[in-house]
Design a protein around this ligand. Structure first.
Ligand code: PEP
Length: 251
């Protein structure tokens, strides 16, 4: 999209230990050595690695992010982590409403809405995930589902500065399957239109990422689609060669 710097964002999910930090070091080096001219980069890591990830990336153009946050700033929520805590550990962004959170933890649009506002309160950019299931696509409900998720999950305070939208068809996540370029184009155009309707002009430069089985081999095709302002990458973000290979699509 004109006027938008693309973002290549990784999501390590429940993967990674100290040994994985070498991959992160290589990702940082790759962007420092020229890739940053083409795209901004972010890797969202498990909370256990966040502090070390942020420290080792500090000297590079790559930012570190969290994968989820609680809606509250602190309190009696054993095992949960707040946006303020992620920020303190060095995060710049946090993913909210990933389909695995929506499914595994029963997160509703209202929960995701609250988490996005919590991200801003904590000083983080919220990456709000939306996307249809296989059944919804089969039933031709994709655009309707996206409208409903935008309405329910994206707070009215969202702007290009504090929010990124990630379109992730649930059936394309971790499956090796991807929608056709035409389907990606129509979903992203629909999302842009709904965001503009809801938020006005400020949605014109909001990033809309595509996520779901992005890899070096399909990145050029997917990232060239209108209104695709970058990618959210799961599996292929775990290896520096794959992640950098995807960013190379912008060269
Ligand atoms: C994701 O989990 O956000 C994702 C897109 O995963 P993958 O790239 O592995 O499909």
């Amino acid at each position: 999209t004109p006027g938008i710097r693309p973002l290549v964002a990784g999501n390590w999910k429940m993967n990674g230990t100290s040994a994985s930090l070498d991959e992160l070091r290589a990702i940082g080096a790759g962007f420092a050595q020229g890739l940053e001219a083409k795209a901004q980069a972010l890797v969202c890591v498990p909370a256990t690695l966040l502090h070390r990830a942020a420290e080792l990336l500090a000297a590079t153009p790559v930012q570190a992010g969290g994968e989820d946050c609680h809606a509250s700033a602190s309190g009696a929520h054993t095992g949960d982590i707040s946006a303020e805590m992620l920020k303190d550990a060095g995060a710049s962004h946090v993913i909210v409403g990933h389909s695995e959170r929506r499914t595994d933890h029963g997160e509703s649009d209202a929960t995701v809405h609250a988490k996005a506002e919590a991200a801003w309160r904590g000083g983080l950019v919220a990456i709000i995930c939306i996307g249809e299931t296989h059944g919804q696509r089969q039933a031709d409900e994709t655009l309707e589902v996206l409208s409903r998720q935008i309405e329910g999950s994206v707070p009215l305070g969202a702007s290009a500065e504090n929010t990124i939208i990630a379109y992730e068809p649930v059936w394309a996540i971790g499956t090796g399957l991807t929608p056709t370029v035409d389907d990606v184009a129509s979903a992203h155009a629909h999302i842009r239109a709904r965001l503009e309707e809801r938020l006005g002009q400020k949605a014109r430069t909001m990033r809309i990422l595509y996520g779901g089985s992005v890899k070096p081999a399909n990145a050029s095709e997917l990232l060239a689609v209108a209104n695709v302002d970058g990618a959210l990458i799961g599996g292929a973000s775990l290896k520096a060669a794959d992640f950098l290979g995807i960013a190379e699509a912008y060269r």
